[in-house]
Write a protein that binds this ligand. Structure first.
Ligand code: IPE
Ligand code: IPE
Ligand code: MG
Length: 250
């Protein structure tokens, strides 16, 4: 006899609390169309907005998008400048449209090496500071936008802070725990990603959320990021819901 599944609160396919996305493939998308790589990045911003909107509508509480890695500075200066111009434009738009942003169901915050005197231009850092200071997160999807981000660098700065606390005698090295490291990460206070999506055919982390991804589920696809649709996102969620997460248990 065939059994019919009834969807209840208990067995409802699990919605991830935190989805992280490596926005890759902008350059190849542009090349396929005979466009400049910078135009691929522009199309990538549209995909970013589309997925934020959709994920917030679904009620996903945390999103993290990889926008610019600590290693991406190695790209030709023209491309780096184009990417910085996009961040600058997005930040100034957000500043200009404060009232509209209040209506949105998601809020952007920035993660990465945002130290003054670092590699990010000072005017971008100033805009990030300004936006970060005033955005209220209440009841909104938190969108972490990773710029000048490296997972190893993030762990290193956490370790340095803890080492400093040990050097001053504020902390005892023997008492340090995983939670102490977590508390120093850029994502402190947020749950780790349940699902990491990488489009564009590459199957690697490229220094993204190394600590946080310890028990993340991965979803790869050949779609180039600017083409990534809400249906693709839904497919990733549907596949995620079928995974059996064991966390080392039997
Ligand atoms: C991702 O797209 C955006 C950034 C890394 C800034 P790419 O620019 O890496 O696109 P591909 O991988 O060359 O196609
Ligand atoms: C990872 O993509 C970084 C971002 C998407 C921001 P890359 O295109 O830089 O990664 P690799 O070089 O292919 O590993
Ligand atoms: Mg790439």
């Amino acid at each position: 006899m065939q059994q019919r599944a009834t969807i209840t609160e208990q067995n409802r396919p699990a919605l991830p609390r935190h989805v992280a996305i490596i926005m890759d493939g902008n350059g190849r998308w542009a090349a396929q169309r005979g466009l400049l790589r910078s135009e691929g990045h522009r199309a990538g911003v549209d995909a970013f907005e589309r997925i934020c909107e959709h994920a917030a509508d679904l009620g996903i509480a945390h999103l993290t998008f990889y926008a610019f890695s600590a290693e991406n500075w190695a790209r030709p200066q023209g491309e780096v400048d184009a990417l910085m111009a996009l961040f600058r434009r997005q930040l100034s738009e957000a500043k200009r449209r404060r009232v509209e942003n209040e209506q949105k169901r998601w809020r952007i915050r920035y993660i990465g090496d945002l130290q003054p005197g670092g590699l990010l231009p000072a005017d971008i850092l100033a805009l990030v500071d300004e936006m970060q200071a005033e955005s209220s997160m209440q009841d909104k999807t938190v969108v972490n936008l990773a710029i000048n981000y490296g997972g190893q660098q993030e762990i290193l700065q956490a370790v340095k802070q803890l080492a400093q606390a040990c050097a001053t005698g504020e902390r005892d090295p023997a008492s340090l725990t995983e939670q102490d490291i977590e508390a120093q990460l850029y994502t402190a206070g947020q749950p780790p990603p349940d699902l990491i999506i990488r489009p564009s055919g590459e199957q690697r982390l490229s220094n993204f959320l190394l600590w946080q991804s310890a028990y993340a589920e991965f979803w790869f696809s050949d779609i180039l990021w600017p083409d990534f649709s809400t249906a693709d996102f839904d497919q990733a969620l549907a596949d995620y819901a079928k995974r059996n997460r064991r966390y080392g248990g039997a």
